[in-house]
Design a protein around this ligand. Structure first.
Ligand code: ACO
Length: 400
C-alpha cells in the first residue's frame, strides 16, 4: 500500500534548486538567511558593524535627542522635520489620536481577556473596515491612513487594557506628546518628564529595522497591491511570535521567574540543561550586540534608580553576564525593553503591543516605499514531495 508523503521532510541547510528553476541552479537559504531581498532607503541594519541607521542618521545620534514625532516624520517623509513641519505633523497626529465612532463601541464588544496582540490586530482591521477610503492607493491617501494608524494605536491599546481591567477609557490629552499620552491613557496619571522621555526613546529606537519578519510581511502584502490596512494587520500577526516581537514579553516573564539576582546562575544552568532559549538574546543579523540595547539598558537603569527598585535591572545585568559567559550570546533589543517597560508600569501582557506602536511608523514607511516601486514578491520553493503517485479512487482508499 502507498504511504502518504512525509509532511515534514528533512530539510538540508542548503540545496540546489531543480524543476521550475530554469537553467542555473540556486542555493536555498533556510529562513532566507543572508538573502538580500530588495533595496530600501529607510533603514540600514549593519550586522557586521552592529549599527542601525534611519535615513542616513545613526540611531546613536537620534536616541534621546529626536522625539518619536520627529523620527516617524523622518521615516515617512525621508528628512527630519523643520520646526513648523514638526508642529503640523504633531497637530495631525493629535487630531487622529481620538478614535472615531463606531470604534469605541465595538472595542467594548471584543473579548477583553483575549491576547492583546490579537485584539490590536482586530482593532486595526476594524479601522480599515470603517475607513471609506481604505482602498485608495495614492501616496497622499496612504500617508493619511498611516497618520491614523500611528496616532490611534496607543489609544486602542490603552482603551482595550482599561476595558479589560474594569476601568473607564480615557481620551488623549492635548499638549502631551505621543509617548506621554499613551502613559496617561493607560495609567490615568500624567507621567513624569523622565518617564515620558523613556517611552519616547523606546518608541524611537524600535521605529524601524530593515527587512525584519514583520516588515517583510507588510511589504509582501503590499507587493500584491492589497490595501494599507491589510499590510499592517499582517505585520502585527508576524510581530506576535516569540522569536520576533513577543520576545520582550517572554524576557520579562523570565525575569519574574528568576526573581532575584542570586537565582540567575541556577536558572541559566537549568535552561542550558533543558536546551531552552534565552529570550532577548541572539539575533539573525547582528554579529555582536544589538546597537539599540545599550540605550535601552541606560534608560532602564535610570528608571530603576528613580523608582528605588533596582531588582529588575540587577537581574537583567547579571543574566546578561552569565549568558555571555556560558554561551557567548549577546542581548538584542527585547532584553532591556523588558525592565524598561516594567519600570514604566506597563503590564507585561502589553509589551508586544508597545513594540507594535513603535513599529507602526516603520511599517508604514515600508508600505509606501514598496508601493512606490512595486514588484510582486514571489520566491520559488524546492519541491521535496513524491512524484507520479497513482490516483486511487475514494472507494478504494484504505487508511494508512
Ligand atoms: N538562547 C539560546 N540559544 C540561542 C539563542 C537564544 N536566545 N539564540 C540563538 N541560539 C543558539 C541556537 O540554539 C543555535 O545553536 P545550535 O546551532 O547549537 O543549535 C545557534 O545559536 C543559532 O541559532 P539560530 O536559531 O539558528 O539563529 P537564528 O539566526 O535563526 O535566530 C533568533 C535568531 C530567532 C532571534 C534567536 O537568536 C532566538 O530564538 N532568540 C530568542 C528570541 C528573541 O529574543 N527574539 C527577538 C529577536 S529580535 C527581534 O525580532 C525584535
Amino acid at each position: 500500500m502507498t504511504q502518504p508523503p512525509d509532511p515534514h521532510p528533512r530539510q538540508k541547510a542548503s540545496a540546489t534548486l531543480a524543476g521550475d528553476q530554469p537553467a542555473q541552479s540556486a542555493e536555498i537559504r533556510r529562513g532566507l538567511e543572508g538573502v538580500v531581498a530588495g533595496d530600501t532607503a529607510i533603514s540600514d541594519v549593519d550586522g557586521q558593524r552592529c549599527q542601525l541607521i534611519y535615513r542616513g542618521y545613526p540611531i546613536d545620534a537620534l536616541a534621546g535627542r529626536a522625539s518619536y514625532e520627529e523620527v516617524s516624520y523622518l521615516l515617512l517623509y525621508g528628512a527630519l522635520p523643520t520646526r513648523s513641519q514638526l508642529a503640523d505633523w504633531s497637530r495631525e497626529l493629535a487630531s487622529r489620536r481620538i478614535l472615531d465612532p463606531p470604534l469605541p463601541a465595538i472595542l467594548q464588544q471584543l473579548p477583553p481577556h483575549a491576547d492583546p496582540m490579537a485584539l490590536l490586530r482586530s482593532a486595526v482591521s476594524l479601522l480599515g473596515l470603517y475607513d471609506p477610503k481604505a482602498e485608495e492607493e495614492s501616496l497622499e491617501a496612504v500617508r493619511r491612513k498611516a497618520v491614523t494608524v500611528i496616532a490611534s494605536t496607543p489609544t486602542i491599546v490603552a482603551t482595550l487594557w482599561r476595558l479589560r481591567t474594569g476601568g473607564r477609557a480615557l481620551p488623549p490629552k492635548s499638549g502631551l506628546s505621543h509617548a506621554a499620552n499613551f502613559l496617561w491613557m493607560l495609567l490615568g496619571t500624567e507621567p513624569t518628564e523622565q518617564q515620558a522621555s523613556a517611552l519616547d526613546a523606546y518608541f524611537t529606537l524600535l521605529a524601524d529595522h530593515g527587512f525584519n519578519a514583520s516588515t517583510f510581511t507588510a511589504r509582501t502584502v503590499t507587493g500584491t497591491k492589497a490595501d494599507y490596512y491589510s499590510a499592517i494587520v499582517a505585520a502585527i500577526g508576524s510581530l506576535k511570535g516569540p522569536l520576533h516581537g513577543a520576545a520582550n514579553r517572554k524576557a520579562m516573564e523570565m525575569l519574574l521567574e528568576i526573581g532575584t539576582a542570586e537565582q540567575v546562575e541556577p536558572y541559566v544552568q537549568r535552561m542550558l540543561t533543558d536546551h531552552k532559549r534565552f529570550m532577548g538574546f541572539g539575533h539573525r543579523v547582528y554579529k555582536g550586540e544589538d546597537p539599540r540595547a545599550k540605550h535601552l539598558k541606560r534608560i532602564a537603569h535610570a528608571l530603576g534608580q528613580a523608582s528605588g527598585e533596582m531588582k529588575w535591572f540587577a537581574i537583567s545585568e547579571r543574566l546578561q553576564e552569565v549568558v555571555w559567559e556560558a554561551k557567548r550570546l549577546s542581548i538584542n533589543v527585547d532584553f532591556y525593553s523588558a525592565s524598561l517597560l516594567h519600570y514604566l508600569g506597563i503590564p507585561t501582557e502589553l509589551f508586544t503591543t508597545m513594540f507594535a506602536c513603535a513599529r507602526m511608523a516603520g511599517w508604514s514607511a515600508h508600505v509606501i516605499e514598496q508601493a512606490g516601486d512595486n514588484r510582486l514578491i514571489r520566491p520559488l520553493a524546492r519541491y521535496v514531495g513524491p512524484h507520479n503517485l497513482p490516483f486511487v479512487p475514494l472507494e478504494h482508499r484504505a487508511p494508512s
